[in-house]
Design a protein around this ligand. Structure first.
Ligand code: HEM
Ligand code: CA
Length: 700
């Protein structure tokens, strides 16, 4: 923040900022920078004590050369320290963004017509360039319902007191360890990758203020002055002596909705939670959600992303500040920096992050050999485009059918049984690609049921060499670099079963989530339920109706989809069947045949993945003149598989079953990696000189 332009841009932001406290804070900092007087230093101190500091971001001249002058490079950050109550712990881990850290997305005034995706998702939709951007509102299928009108998350829309979320978690959801007979753990882990690509609620910790923001139409952010916090008691299991304490969870922050909505200039807009990552499946978790985030992890040489060499292998770069980003117990324990701050949350996630990063560099290196005349930018963007396409292909054609059902996906046009080289031009500009709140806060979280608390370490001969206890390694990813752990964990995820998709949630996340070195931690299922109320999701009954199912008139009507015994339990907890949270009801339905969810969640998930596909102009099957692949290239992308991705990017993984999401069997035997189809990158040899070294600008 040293140049005059920085100061001017701060002043510019300041003049746009509706919030006086912030405005004066920024003004004071600007003056300080210009004058550097002792008086100013005291201003800065005053501002810091208010909890605001300033982050400076620099635009990527490489991608949007024309936008430097228009970019708004500054956001305000609330740096208030977290409360020291030992029962209150961060949801994602210590380094996660605190309330106030989000700002509203501002798309560029003119969209450059590029053959590549932007980093922040802007300009994917050319008429509404903000759609799907990082730091925009979640979408809604049904209007939010916040309890008794003052939006209490402990009170239902009918005015009834809602049962404690931990109690619901304990009474309705089990903790049994039931291995899935068909699917491997890498299913679950890939699911978390997709989740982290699609959404992340702003705020995100229990220990700070509520993530809710109201983004106004002109991109301003209303601050959280209007929000206040409430806490709820977390009951601990009586059967375990370690659980003799009662903790307090403070993840629900009540807002006075009437006030907040009154401050939204456009009366059509309701207050809505913000999501801080791009909605598109664009590997934003690998590349970052803004030009600035990207520039921190990109090498700017040979099209590569930054890696660090250790013990003869390439790893994700280290975090700038391990004590903030991780729960590492010593300074030598590595903690990572990636496109998504949640990278360190668990070892399996860090493993897949590493694999996707290595895949990028593997592709970039190959392209550099095939096209020595390409510059860094072309190599980077082409490698990124191929990496994203492989990932989308694996997700839509190999992974999603397991969850949504192959026939269901075909019928709803989420996938096609297309010839190998045919484009599918189904981009639909009338579709909003935003991630739906009901998807991110309820339906997709159901797959927390698949989490396994024991991570097997498996040798090349597929014998168990050891295991990791999940709660020992939350936010301590360095374990993947030890000895042969990386490959053993990779094989382990492709070998061991995931937990059955049912009403059981593993103890490691139901009682020990983020426990660090304490005896117990949080309950992810209880958090999911509480978050449902916090985001004001419409009720289970409302979603049933929306999804074309019969609206229930009484508890018994739910027995068409939920076991009668379970309905009895629900009846004992909730005052009315109208109060049942969608997170709870949806997770209890009998699955649709061929899918891993009941009809209500299947409806939400299908809607979401339809929107994610057809609302994305850059979806890999699209034959767009500038952004699409050639038919030959598309045929290669369609050879990508989870198995080959794991093979190619291990330290030395030599063998794998061809269908890595399915357990090894006689019809899916372990074979040498070289026998698994690979994407032939020679189809990217640039014979026609189509790719120029300068960014292409076609104008409007
Ligand atoms: C070891 C594995 C996992 C752990 C420890 C984990 C933990 C968490 C935590 C702590 C949150 C934030 C909760 C809150 O504050 O409201 C969260 C959010 C979420 N999780 Fe997971 N999760 C895991 C795997 C998965 C999987 C496999 C899926 C789906 C396939 C999934 C889907 C989601 C979704 C959709 C969200 C909300 C994202 C948003 O903020 O918009 N998670 N998870
Ligand atoms: Ca994304």
């Amino acid at each position: 923040m040293s140049t005059q332009r920085d100061v001017l841009s701060l002043l510019f932001v300041m003049s746009e900022n509706p919030n006086h406290e912030m405005t004066y804070g920024v003004a004071a900092v600007c003056l300080c920078l210009l004058l550097a007087t002792p008086l100013c230093r005291s201003y800065v101190q005053k501002i810091s004590s208010n909890g605001y500091s300033i982050i400076h971001s620099k635009p990527d001249i490489d991608v949007f050369p024309s936008l430097i002058e228009n970019a708004i490079p500054t956001v305000l950050v609330n740096t208030s320290p977290a409360p020291s109550n030992p029962f209150i712990q961060p949801i994602y881990g210590p380094g996660y963004p605190q309330a106030g850290q989000a700002s509203c997305a501002v798309p560029p005034p003119i969209c450059p017509k590029s053959q590549y995706r932007s980093m922040d998702g802007s300009c994917n939709h050319l008429e509404q360039p903000q759609l799907g951007m990082a730091n925009t509102r979640y979408g809604r299928l049904l209007t939010p319902k916040y309890g008794d009108g003052v939006s209490s998350p402990t009170r239902s829309i009918t005015g009834d007191e809602l049962p404690n979320a931990r109690l619901v978690s304990l009474v309705v959801f089990g903790e049994m360890d039931v291995p899935d007979p068909q699917f491997t753990l890498v299913n679950m882990q890939w699911g978390q990758v997709i989740t982290h690509d699609m959404s992340m609620q702003a705020g995100g910790t229990q220990s700070t203020r509520h993530p809710t923001r109201c983004c106004t139409d002109d991109g301003r952010l209303l601050t959280n002055d209007l929000l206040h916090r409430t806490c709820f008691a977390i009951l601990v299991p009586p059967h375990d002596p370690a659980y003799s304490q009662v903790g307090i969870e403070c993840l629900n922050f009540v807002r006075t909705l009437t006030d907040l909505d009154a401050n939204c200039p456009n009366s059509q807009r309701q207050a809505e939670q913000l999501t801080t990552v791009t909605s598109y499946m664009d590997l934003s978790l690998v590349y970052g959600n803004s030009i600035q985030q990207n520039s921190e992890i990109r090498e700017f040489r040979g099209g590569r992303m930054i890696v660090e060499q250790r013990n003869g292998a390439e790893w994700l770069p280290s975090a700038r500040n391990i004590t903030v980003d991780c729960d590492a117990t010593s300074l030598t324990e590595v903690c990572y920096r990636a496109g998504d701050i949640r990278v360190n949350q668990n070892p399996g996630l860090a493993m897949l992050h590493t694999i996707l990063l290595r895949e990028h560099n593997r592709i970039a290196d190959a392209l550099a050999k095939l096209n020595p005349h390409w510059d860094d930018r072309t190599l980077f963007q082409e490698a990124r485009k191929i990496n994203i396409a492989e990932y989308e292909h694996i997700s839509y054609y190999e992974w999603l059918p397991i969850f949504l059902g192959y026939e269901n996906m075909l019928k709803n046009r989420l996938i096609y049984s297309a010839p190998k080289t045919t484009h599918i031009n189904d981009f639909d500009p009338s579709i909003d690609p935003s991630v739906l709140n009901g998807h991110a806060t309820a339906a997709f979280r159901y797959f927390h049921t698949q989490i396994e608390g024991r991570l097997d370490l498996i040798s090349e001969l597929r014998s168990v060499a050891g295991a990791l206890r999940l709660s020992d390694w939350f936010n301590r990813p360095g374990i993947i670099e030890l000895g042969d752990n990386f490959d053993s964990l990779t094989r382990g995820h492709a070998t061991q079963p995931q937990e059955l998709t049912d009403i059981n949630f593993d103890r490691e996340i139901k009682n020990y989530l983020f426990r660090r070195n304490r005896a117990f931690g949080s309950d992810l299922r209880a958090i999911d339920i509480q978050r449902n109320r916090d985001h004001g999701l419409a009720s289970y009954n409302d979603y049933r109706e929306f999804c074309g199912l019969r609206r229930a008139d009484n508890w018994e009507d739910f027995t068409d989809l939920i076991a009668a015994q379970t309905v009895e339990k629900l009846k004992s907890l909730y005052a009315s069947h109208e109060d049942l949270d969608v997170t709870v009801g949806g997770s209890l339905e009998r699955h649709v045949i061929g899918a891993l969810a009941g009809p209500t969640f299947l409806c939400i998930l299908t809607e979401q993945f339809y929107r994610t596909r057809v609302g994305d102009r850059f979806f890999y099957e699209n034959g767009d003149k500038y952004a699409g692949f050639t038919p030959d290239q598309l045929a290669e992308i369609r050879k990508a598989s989870m198995a080959r991705l794991l093979c190619d990017n291990g330290n030395s993984v030599e063998s794998m079953q061809p269908k890595a999401f399915l357990q090894v069997s006689t019809s899916n035997p372990i074979v040498s990696c070289s026998n698994i189809r690979e994407v032939d990158l020679t189809k990217w040899i640039d014979q026609k000189g189509y790719f120029t070294t300068a960014p292409l600008h076609f104008g409007k």
